[in-house]
Design a protein around this ligand. Structure first.
Ligand SMILES: [Zn+2]
Length: 367
């Protein structure tokens, strides 16, 4: 593991390493970029480079070895989702009084702390910022730099105000990272105290290259599909559930086909049956809705003769066939009905009912 494992944004990574080389890395940094662009991964890599016991020089710039005790322990925080799930579960097992006072924090190395949004509100709370204030002025114990990573830009008001105080005068041995999809989500007074580093989305070919390395078992066609569906977010591409997507898409295609032709309903009823109950029902239907949207959108692209924008490229033949029986009006009213189903879901209507209503409504527009 080293900086060369970070995919995309190579100019930005180069300037980060250059700042490290010149000992000019700022004490407060906003890492901004779309979801899945690698903000958290990059921040933990910088934390490793700051604290690596070997600190190798690669291509003339500082890197991290990935093997020393500091690198290994910091790497354990990389899977943020699992670490947060563990911390949340640990809190659930506490006594009521302790539970109230315990805030979510992720720490696998004594000098590096990640501060994720605290459930159930999923915001960063003042007690979490207090934990940072309490520890930031102690010199690092096992590394050279204390690193604090706020993984989300949603701060409670009081928390944001406390953060401001730390940002005014961070100690010389500490670095604070604020991760945000959009730096504009942070208060201007916070922004003005930080350097903003902007990560951009990756191009389709960059993501396809990445997938060729990390999912060699996928066919080129499948890699092209996942690259298009993950919208430039390498994190989303890496964890893409290709099998789940294919299953939902097959159902979505049947629904659209039946609605357009309004003939044989046997196959359709078999599908809606499977969406009726079960604990995982909600997730399954949400995936189906996303697939329906993406197919409708592709059909619109075909209708507009913008074939290059189609995302479900692996089934373009099938889509072209479908597009012959749909015009703009039908497609836009279908998208509208789909919006109604989604709103119904949010109001917790019976899942199956709203899905049936969607089919019925689509067929009415066909007639
Ligand atoms: Zn190391």
């Amino acid at each position: 593991m080293s900086f060369s494992d970070f995919h995309g944004n190579s100019e930005l990574v180069h300037s980060v390493r250059d700042m490290l080389a010149r000992d000019r890395f700022p004490h407060a940094v906003i890492l901004a970029g779309p979801s899945g662009s690698g903000k958290y991964t990059l921040s933990t890599m910088i934390a490793r480079a700051m604290n690596c016991l070997e600190r190798p020089i690669v291509d003339g710039l500082p890197d991290f070895c990935g093997k020393c005790s500091n690198c290994v322990r910091i790497a354990e925080m990389e899977d943020l989702e699992s670490r947060c799930a563990e911390a949340t579960e640990a809190r659930e097992n506490l006594k009521e009084a302790e539970k109230r006072e315990t805030r979510l924090l992720v720490q696998t190395h004594p000098d590096v702390l990640a501060i994720p949004p605290d459930p159930p509100q999923m915001m960063i709370k003042v007690d979490q910022v207090r934990r940072v204030i309490d520890s930031i002025y102690f010199r690092p114990g096992e590394g050279r730099e204390r690193v604090f990573i706020f993984t989300d830009s949603a701060f409670m008001k009081e928390a944001a105000n406390s953060l401001l105080k730390v940002l005014e005068e961070p100690p010389e041995f500490a670095t604070i990272f604020l991760l945000a999809e959009n730096s504009g989500e942070l208060l201007p007074t916070i922004r003005s105290r930080c350097m903003t580093l902007q990560l951009r989305s990756l191009s389709l070919s960059e993501i396809e290259d990445y997938l060729a390395r990390h999912h060699p078992e996928w066919k080129p066609q499948q890699r092209a599909l996942v690259a298009r569906l993950s919208e430039g977010a390498v994190g989303r591409a890496r964890n893409f559930d290709l099998e789940g997507y294919a299953a939902s898409r097959a159902d979505a295609l049947t629904i659209l086909r039946t609605a357009m032709r309004a003939t044989d309903h046997g196959e359709l009823f078999k599908i809606t049956e499977t969406y009726r109950a079960g604990a995982e029902g909600r997730e399954k239907i949400e995936r189906l809705l996303r697939c329906l949207y993406s197919l409708l959108q592709d059909l619109m692209f075909l209708e507009a003769k913008s074939n290059a924008l189609v995302r479900n490229t692996d089934i373009i033949g099938e889509l072209q066939k479908l597009s012959q029986s749909a015009d703009f009006d039908w497609l836009s009213s279908a998208a509208q009905r789909l919006g109604e189903v989604e709103r119904g879901l949010r109001r917790n209507l019976l899942r199956s009912l709203s899905l049936d209503a969607f089919e019925a409504a689509l067929e009415k527009t066909t007639a």
